[in-house]
Design a protein around this ligand. Structure first.
Ligand code: 5GP
Ligand code: MN
Length: 331
């Protein structure tokens, strides 16, 4: 399928489902809500389906009340997928990333469109805008919408969604994925009424007392640093998280503190959940955490930021991680 086929596809009103990945972040929700608004303004019937809840600090975004949560409303989500004529995959490129919803997407006869910036997309779509150099999926939604001629619909609310995605995925425009185009797009978003300070404050100035206490605990009691290998590890058990009344999103960005230690090449954050331990990886330079996450941690992502999961409690997960670091990685 090519660009002209896309124009033809969207020339008539369609039933469209937008999906994004499990544990959705600012880019997942921002890109999905923005695309959803563009499509609705074009007159399409749009459902936005998320595998599980978004963190509280994203709830202010316009349209976030109308997202269908697969964990809470599985039947409604499955029905939406089964009736869709077009299904978008945003900010992920393998159907495992949307839990068992992936099987329904796979079985659907809908036209599948992938818009994403992760490495190695699986081959299940009819059209892909897959660019690993792009700062964020939100930047790609801007480009995609421009190509379809939809930018006339760009308003303040859409601009806030796209800016949220770009800002959160670039660490506030500081990661190497931030290009001149990223800044040009941000400028266009400001022309559409965006006030960056408002978005920044809505995302970052919403700490609870408990969240800061949890951060303090993690940094003072749970941060291990191996200076020889340049590896930092933070690990939190379920009971530690409960002690600080953990809410989804409370540990967002925690792994970056490990990476900020001078001389660190790789930072890992292990977070125990009910039946699994979630793993987050960040790295600098040539250390490829996408490969590490994919090879040993059932995950993937980008070269310098990746994630995965282990079917283990925290203690065995921590031992396993240290074993991989000591015996499998070249230093
Ligand atoms: P985070 O550490 O913030 O959860 O995720 C960092 C990056 O790794 C994101 O780009 C995310 O899409 C990717 N990622 C996180 N968890 C997983 C996972 O379980 N599987 C895969 N394939 N990628 C993941
Ligand atoms: Mn992203």
């Amino acid at each position: 399928m090519d660009q002209s086929a896309l124009l033809e596809l969207f020339a008539q009103k369609k039933r469209i489902v937008i999906t994004t990945h499990r544990s959705p972040d600012g880019d997942a929700i921002g890109s999905s809500l923005a695309l959803s608004s563009f499509l609705m303004k074009e007159g399409h019937d749009v459902r936005l389906v998320i595998p599980d809840a978004a963190p509280d600090f994203l709830h202010w975004m316009e349209g976030s009340d109308s997202m269908l949560n697969f964990e809470l409303l599985p039947e409604a989500c499955i029905e939406a997928v089964e009736h869709a004529e077009v299904i978008f995959s945003l900010d992920y490129n393998r159907l495992e990333r949307i839990a068992s919803l992936g099987e329904h997407v796979m079985a659907s006869g809908a036209i599948k469109i992938l818009i994403d910036h992760h490495i190695d997309p699986a081959d299940y779509f009819d059209f892909a805008l897959s660019d690993t150099k792009a700062s964020s999926t939100s930047e790609l939604i801007y480009r995609f919408s421009e190509a379809q001629g939809w930018l006339g619909h760009l308003d303040k609310a859409i601009a806030e969604c796209l800016y949220t995605g770009i800002m959160t995925d670039t660490g506030s425009f500081k990661f190497s994925s931030t290009s001149a185009d990223t800044h040009r797009i941000a400028a266009h978003l400001m022309d559409a009424g965006l006030v960056p300070e408002k978005v920044h404050s809505a995302i970052f100035d919403t700490n609870t007392y408990d969240r800061l206490q949890l951060l303090g605990h993690a940094l003072t009691k749970k941060l291990e640093y191996d200076a020889e290998r340049g590896v930092s590890i933070i690990s939190l058990s379920l009971s530690e998280k409960n002690r600080f009344h953990y809410k989804k999103g409370d540990t967002e960005g925690l792994v970056n503190y490990g990476l900020s230690i001078q001389g660190t090449k790789m930072a890992v954050f292990l977070s125990e959940e009910l039946n699994i331990t979630k793993c987050s990886f960040r790295s600098k330079g040539d250390v490829d955490v996408n490969v590490i996450a994919r090879t040993w941690f059932n995950g993937g992502g980008h070269k310098n930021a990746a994630g995965g999961r282990l079917d283990m409690k925290l203690e065995p997960a921590l031992s396993y991680l240290k074993d991989v670091i000591e015996h499998k990685l070249r230093h």
